[in-house]
Each structure stands twice: as C-alpha cells, then as structure tokens.
Design a protein around this ligand. Structure first.
Ligand code: FPP
Length: 224
C-alpha cells in the first residue's frame, strides 16, 4: 500500500493524513474483493524496516491499527472475514499484542474471506524465524534435516495456510517487492499501478486483475 506519504504531501497534509486515507482505501478494496471472487488478501501495513521512520509516524501507524481493529473488527467478523496479522511480535506494545490476539481469536472460525495484515513484517525475518523453529525441531529430534523441504518451510512461515499469492499489486509506481512475501511470491504475477495507495479503488483493482488475466503462467514449465 505504497504512496500514502506522497499523496499527503501533494495536498500539503501531514503524512499521517495519507495513512488515514490509506485505511479508507483498504476498506474499499476489502469490500470490492468478493465481487471479483478474491478470497485471500494480504496487505503490507508496517514493515520491519519502517522502524527507521520518525517516532511520530510510527506512532501514527500503530494508532491506525488500533483504530482499524476498534472500528472495523465487529463489522468484518459479522461479514465472515478471518483476520490474521502476520509478523514479528518483537517490539510491539502490550495493547497492540492484545488487539492482534483479539482479532485473530474472534475471527478464527470465519472462512468467507481471509484478510492478512502484514504488520511488523519482513520477508527475511519471516524466513529466519521459520528456519529457527525448524532447527529447534531438529535439535529436539522431532524432525530430520532431510525432512526439511518446501512443504515444511511453507508450514513454518507466518503466512502458513494462506495460498501463495497469484497477484501482487504495489501501488505508486515503485518496481520493488521491498521484503514482501519473499518465500510465497516465487511465482506471483506482479503489477505496479501508478496510483498512490489512497487513490486506489475498485477500478484500479479491476485493471490489475485484467492485466493478470491476460498473462500466461507457466510456473517454469512450457506453455500448454
Ligand atoms: C507506504 O506509504 C505505506 C505504509 C508504510 C503504511 C501503509 C499503512 C496503511 C495504509 C494504514 C495501516 C492500516 C492498518 C490496518 C494498520 P509511504 O508512507 O511509504 O508513502 P511514500 O512512499 O509516498 O512516502
């Protein structure tokens, strides 16, 4: 969800206003997904690298998670949305951890739509954490080194249980993954719309999906 800061600066607003508008865009996109048959959505809302930002901006992003959970959790739960927050718990305050646990537990049985919020997330940290967990199981004699394969790694990462993304959309015209879903993006299709995230709407989503549909996915094989 890139471009919140530039959206705000272009309007002479503080960056936090861009992030607030970003939450509105997130609501719009979540609401539009069922129309297109999308069942899983993972959004990148705070990266492990975002700790390098000024404290005031970090606090604004944490406040938005609080606001989002407090305002939207009940409505999303009633709509059958399962919420998972993917990321490290290290460095997060107790009240944020409680909100994460509350959203996850309340919606755990829902299956109409899966919303994953990558928060305090980094793809490399996700892999390090998974490999450490697997190494501990090897040390404990529960697993042999040879049993570590793509399936065991997929089951050990934070996004375990979520299908690999078919499509990754990065807004604001930057052509990078920036440490997002490094393991599961192996064969994802990528689109990079020019729009800043707060302007992203149903029509941008439709255009990204049309671009996706026009592609041939070979997964390393030959075209059928
Ligand atoms: C990137 O824009 C965006 C982020 C770092 C945060 C995205 C967060 C939200 C949309 C709101 C949070 C939502 C929840 C549910 C917690 P940028 O700040 O890097 O923009 P810039 O590249 O234009 O400066």
């Amino acid at each position: 969800m890139d471009g919140n800061g530039r959206w705000a600066e272009a309007r002479g607003l503080p960056r936090a206003a861009g992030h607030r508008a970003g939450v509105d865009a997130l609501r719009r996109v979540v609401d539009a997904c069922p129309e297109f048959g999308i069942e899983h959505l993972t959004v990148y809302s705070f990266s492990t690298e975002n700790w390098a930002r000024p404290t005031a901006e970090i606090n604004a992003l944490f406040d938005l998670l609080r606001l989002f959970v407090n305002r939207d959790l009940r409505r999303l739960h009633e709509a059958g949305v399962r919420i998972r927050i993917l990321g490290s718990r290290t460095g997060l305050s107790d009240d944020i951890l409680e909100l994460i646990d509350k959203s996850t537990t309340l919606t755990a049985q829902n299956n109409r739509f899966h919303l994953n919020i990558a928060f305090n997330y980094g793809g490399r940290t996700e892999l390090v954490t998974a490999f450490q967990a697997l190494a501990r199981r090897v040390e404990a004699g529960e697993l042999s080194a040879d049993e570590i394969d793509e399936t065991t790694i997929s089951q050990a990462i934070w996004s375990a249980g979520t299908p690999d993304p078919d499509l990754i959309i990065r807004t604001s015209g930057e052509f990078r993954l920036s440490n997002f879903l490094l393991w599961s993006s192996a064969y994802s299709e990528l689109v990079f719309p020019d729009a800043w995230w707060p302007d992203f709407d149903r029509d941008h989503l439709a255009a990204a999906l049309a671009s996706y549909q026009a592609r041939t996915r070979r997964f390393g094989g030959l075209q059928k």
